[in-house]
Design a protein around this ligand. Structure first.
Ligand code: UDP
Length: 385
């Protein structure tokens, strides 16, 4: 296949990311599979990215994520500067068949404004689509700019103008799903885990309250705002309260954290994260928002850990109630479901992940979308000529 894709990962973190980094992780998972399928990849990222690709474009030497803590008027030029670099590159060459863009709002707006002769664009929507109503509600990318979601439920809630540009959804994947069906089931401990950013939408306060009420051991893993270790949050003192997620943790979750029934580990990574998840008897998602993509959900399945969750957002698409997890509309019922999680077969979870959530499955789906987007853009260009 001769297809050259400019993969726009943005200016915030290197690829692969040094720690937490949802979008950069997706790009790091997708690109090697695309290249295996014969796609040439030009990565637009920051200079410190180490992912093997065919060519690189960057404006910033390294990730600008730390700047996101600053006020808007000090930050708002960063993604624009990165996009200006991408646009300059697109003007300077004619071998880019398609731009696969992951930069929230600014990527879509800039690439859509480039005019009919620019390359076709597929912009992946990784976030909650209730955001940016003025941009999404008035989007006009013609047949050249298309979007895809990371779940059907996410797209179903999008404004009509955005849905008019949609080519469907591609579920997230995890390298842990490769060969997951051939791995033995790990020995399960007695803990339940909530893996993810500590945030009201992810509902750690609900999980912690239920742990005390229903009597299960709960381990919370994930950052609280910019704080990755409990000691960093403690050291920040009152200053931490400037961050809304830190306020949420201190006021709503910390009162339940007793170091025994409920523990907060901070961010866990690599083998430690995988062992924690694989050894859990369930992973809990007491969601209070419509989870758009759910990487941690597919990771849990890949490691053979049943998912117990509020049936919101993408959860019913990723988890089959009774077979790979237990879902409920009623958060109070989650405590009972944690008790019943042992009825779900871990091998079935791993089989499902190996079938549906591998990087290869995701890359094949994206290649099909690239071809579709290119074809429709080219047909429109011919019509206009
Ligand atoms: N994660 C991690 N360590 C933690 C907490 C989370 O590595 O302590 C990872 C988790 O494994 C997953 C990602 O962060 O890959 C969270 O992605 P998800 O889509 O579940 O949530 P998001 O934060 O993108 O809304």
């Amino acid at each position: 296949m001769s297809l050259t894709v400019l993969m726009n990962a943005g200016p915030w973190l290197s690829v692969p990311p040094p720690g937490y980094g949802g979008i950069e992780n997706v790009v790091a998972t997708l690109v090697p599979e695309l290249r295996r399928l014969g796609v040439r990849v030009v990565l637009a990222s920051v200079g410190s990215s180490t992912l093997p690709v065919d060519e690189r474009v960057s404006v910033f030497p390294d990730g600008q994520f730390a700047a996101l803590q600053r006020p808007y008027n000090q930050v708002c030029g960063i993604s624009q500067a990165h996009l200006s670099g991408v646009v300059r590159e697109l003007h300077a060459r004619d071998d880019i068949d398609l731009v696969h863009d992951h930069v929230e709002a600014v990527g879509l707006a800039t690439l859509a404004a480039m005019g009919p002769d620019a390359p076709a664009v597929l912009h992946t929507l990784h976030w909650d689509l209730a955001k940016h109503p003025a941009l999404y509600g008035n989007l006009d990318g013609g047949d050249r700019v298309r979007v895809n979601g990371v779940s059907a439920s996410q797209l179903a809630r999008a404004p009509q103008a955005l849905r008019d540009h949609s080519v469907g959804h591609v579920h997230l994947s995890t390298p842990l799903a490769v060969g997951a069906d051939r791995r033995p089931t790990p020995v399960k401990g007695d803990h339940v885990v909530i893996l993810g950013r500590i945030n009201p939408g992810k509902g750690q306060d609900v999980g912690a309250r239920l742990a005390h009420r229903a009597g299960f051991r709960l381990v919370l893993a994930g950052p609280v705002g910019p704080y990755h270790r409990p000691e960093d949050l403690t050291a920040a003192g009152d200053e931490a309260r400037q961050n809304p997620d830190a306020r949420f943790f201190l006021d709503e979750v910390a009162p339940y954290v007793d170091g025994d029934r409920v523990r907060w580990l901070g961010t866990v990574a690599g083998q430690e994260r995988d062992d924690l998840l694989a050894g859990a008897r369930a992973s809990l998602f007491p969601l209070r928002w419509e989870e758009p993509g759910g990487t941690a959900v597919v990771e849990s399945l890949a490691l053979g850990t049943p998912v117990v969750a509020t049936a919101r957002g993408c959860l019913p698409e990723l988890v089959e109630h009774g077979r790979t997890g237990l879902l409920t509309a009623d958060e109070e019922e989650l405590g009972d479901l944690v008790r019943e999680a042992s009825l779900v077969d871990p091998a079935e979870c791993r089989r499902e992940a190996a079938l549906r959530f591998t990087p290869e499955v995701m890359a094949q789906r994206y290649v099909a979308l690239y071809e579709h987007v290119r074809r429709t853009a080219a047909a429109r260009r011919l019509q206009a000529a």
